[in-house]
Design a protein around this ligand. Structure first.
Ligand SMILES: Cc1cc2nc3c(=O)[nH]c(=O)nc-3n(C[C@H](O)[C@H](O)[C@H](O)COP(=O)(O)OP(=O)(O)OC[C@H]3O[C@@H](n4cnc5c(N)ncnc54)[C@H](O)[C@@H]3O)c2cc1C
Length: 397
């Protein structure tokens, strides 16, 4: 085993690339995007467990420096009343790193840059279209431009809509729409009722709204709500930012006024992103090909763990390839090691996501009173996810 082709240079791809370089392998990443595109996408949180999976690669400090620490979550109802909170100010001392909020484009670019610096070959603007697994000694990949490449192993880090997955496991279940549509943006100059470092979560009258204020005063926000039409593809392809901004303003009309101010103050509305999840895959691998991150298991952002699980996956797959000489056995060991954790977090993400659904006045009344109790449980569940720590030296043999 010498040469590995990684399809996808988002989050899982570059992290896996760096680990495989540690094993002395020749690694190429094939990425469909034309460049690292620092300004792309909205933002996400890298949880302490994700940061810890990056630490031995020497990348966690750069992610921390480019992002901002989250000190707490505060939950408010549509009247702006506080209905609960989760204190996360002790995370850095408890887990090594805090939950780190970072722009997605910046995280992707930083990981790709670091992977390239560590010797990973990254080919931008190349899209995988076919995989040929019929050769016993290698796997062939074909790209949109007609070119081909062969490798000893091919790893699909190509996200929720993984082409690799559809090629190697054509009967795998399709991603499931969670019922939530996501928008987001970056705004400035609006007074949001929390200090920097707090993830403010609003259960609005007709939609959910989250806001995070960075130390420089920038407001990073997202909206989760039901789509206007069931035709999600049409919605994505023919999105009209002016009309959609109007729609978001209408959806938040009965919420605290700062929400509409933030939406109005956003120069560029980002989205819509229909939120999907993917579970119960029959397998994550076939022959010399394996899936990783969202390509194997995708969860709604409501647990804030998709990216961190992809980072953990990369470390564990590299351990398995280091310790188990046969690819098929290494892939099977990887899947076995990861499934229980992924499944548990998937269930938590679905639970959290369903709590964002809009409810009537009676259920709102109950929610406001029961939330503190559920948040206490949620906080300990979150701490359990955060405390998870992988050691590179652990043997997988
Ligand atoms: C709105 C939203 C908010 C989120 N917030 C959070 C959060 O706060 N915390 C968190 O942990 N997670 C969050 N997530 C989930 C997180 O983004 C994913 O779990 C994570 O990006 C998975 O990483 P990945 O590398 O597996 O896939 P991706 O990041 O999707 O990367 C896949 C890459 O593959 C490339 N690609 C695709 N097809 C091909 C092809 N055929 N050939 C070549 N390249 C290809 C793509 O261009 C892309 O760069 C969020 C997701 C969404 C949608």
């Amino acid at each position: 085993m010498r040469k590995v082709l990684i399809v996808g240079g988002g989050i899982a791809g570059p992290v896996l690339g760096m680990w495989l370089k540690r094993l002395g392998l020749e690694v190429s990443i094939i990425e469909a995007r034309p460049t690292a595109a620092v300004g792309e996408g909205a933002f996400l949180g890298v949880a302490p467990n994700g940061m810890n999976a990056l630490e031995p690669l020497g990348v966690a400090a750069a992610v921390a420096a480019a992002g901002s620490a989250c000190e707490s979550f505060q939950f408010i109802n549509r009247k702006g009343e506080a209905i609960g909170s989760i204190d996360r100010s002790g995370d850095a001392s408890a887990f090594g790193r805090p939950l780190t909020m970072i722009r997605r484009g910046q995280l992707n670019a930083l990981l790709a840059e670091e992977a390239a610096r560590q010797g990973v070959d990254i080919r931008w603007g190349q899209r995988l279209v076919a995989v040929d697994e019929t050769h016993p000694s290698h796997v062939m990949a074909r790209f949109e431009d007609g070119s081909e490449a062969s490798a000893d192993l091919l790893i699909g880090c190509d996200g929720l809509r993984s082409r690799v997955r559809s090629l190697i496991l054509p009967d795998a279940p399709a991603p499931r729409f969670t019922g939530l549509l996501d928008y987001g943006g970056f705004a400035q100059g609006v007074q949001v009722p929390v200090p920097p470092g707090v993830n403010l979560m609003l259960f609005g009258r007709r939609a959910f709204f989250g806001a995070f204020v960075t130390p420089s005063g920038e407001i990073w926000w997202f909206h989760n709500g039901a789509p206007e039409s069931p035709d999600l593809e049409a919605l994505r392809k023919h999105s009209d930012p002016t009309r959609e901004r109007e729609r978001l303003l209408e959806l938040h009309r009965e919420d605290p006024p700062w929400v509409s101010d933030v939406i109005r103050a956003t120069p560029k509305l980002l989205g819509p992103w229909p939120i999907y999840d993917l579970h119960a895959m029959p397998r994550w691998h076939s022959g010399r090909v394996c899936l990783l991150g969202d390509a194997a298991h995708a969860m709604s952002p409501s647990a804030g763990q998709g990216a961190s699980l992809a980072m953990e996956d990369a470390l564990v797959l590299a351990q398995c390839l280091r310790d188990i000489p046969t690819p098929a056995k290494a892939f099977a060991a990887f899947e076995k090691a990861r499934r229980p954790r992924v499944d548990a977090i998937f269930r938590a993400a679905r639970r959290n996501g369903s709590g964002k659904a809009v409810s009537g006045a009676v259920s709102e009344w109950f929610r406001d009173r029961l939330l503190p109790f559920f948040l206490r449980l949620g906080a300990s569940g979150q701490s359990k996810m955060y405390s998870y720590r992988l050691e590179w030296n652990q043997s997988r043999a």
